[in-house]
Design a protein. Sequence first.
Length: 429
Amino acid sequence: MEAEDTSDQRRIASLTRLMAELEQTRLPTDTFQTIRRGLAGLYGPTAAMMISTQGLGEGEYRVVQLHLGDEAVLDSDPWQPTSFAVRSGGVVARLIRDIRPRIINDVDWSADPCFHEILADYRSLMVVPLPDPRVPIDWVILLKDRGERFQPADLEQSVLRVTLVGSLLASQALAEDLRKANERIDGDAKQVGELQRALLPDPLPRIPGLEIAVSYEPSGRAGGDWYDLFPLDGENAIDGRWCLFIGDASGHGLAAAVVMAIVQSILRVGPADVRGPADLLAYANRELCRKRIGGFVTAFLGIYEPKARRLTYASAGHPPPLLKTAADCRVSRLDRVASYPIGIEESETFREADVVMRPGDTLLFYTDGITEARQGHSEMFEIERLEKEFGDHDGSPSSLIQHLREAVNSFQQGQPPADDQTFLAARCE
């Protein structure tokens, strides 16, 4: 009785070590080798053949591993692109025709073209299928020699073990595939993000009479926020008009970034006879609807006339920019016009309003990632808080944006933003 207890204790200790080792493995190949070594330690060396039929024709197979007790006849890694010999015919080919776990006794290897010598003494076989395409082993064949025979109880236990091991390996293979896919996606997203930033105006253009600063922080590698500043009457036009644009595509990530790049190209190659921001928004809306890209874009588009210090603007569902007047530090919203976002209805029209700025007046453009920034899962930053922070700060556009960025980050309590966040500030000189 004491000997049996000692044997059980050793087996439990071996099983405990095996579980601890498995917790450290992440790749299927490492897990497979760990399990094979662990089972040998638990139950002693076994004779086993691992068969793969993936990508082969009927009756063809590859032997990816073959162990005869302590002797490793073939001990390759099934997950590595090793060129295993393709075999056909013989005992193994007959065994794998029937996808059932079973025991076969009195096997005759004498006519087998591949194994008639090496497996001649192994007369009792236990065949267990492993039908998961994520695992490069389709069959486990256990062998006994010297007159030993497998019993029905052996088959039941082996099917259970092979099924559990196969499930673990398949899960790890899937996790590894997902990891590699995520790496590729992240690499693509990083590249798109770099391209997106390259399309943003950098350095910022010098608009006569305006001091400008921006802050652009996508929530991921690339984002759906966009801003642009470009001349409408040619680079060399004296006192020519300038387009000031900020927008936000629905959704996040790569698709939203592509949509905003399309919007930028539409605006920049717009009709030469643009009369005002409403016409330019209507043109962009028609072009976007005709492309049928799905989703929509909120946008605020202003046309600034440096000589008159006048900003004529139109809005397409975008949060209203804020204007702080230098005379009384009063903050007001440019919300006299509003419409639906662009990209929804091709026939949508837009209205215009204007504001004449005075030296020291400051405009603040932003996206809803600012006002919808959250503290935990409840309270949002909101436009009222933005207005207060804007009104309380007196400084250049760059110092204003730094102040607002710190206020938003502090409000989020160190949590990453759930949406893209963009500021554009312009002060009249």
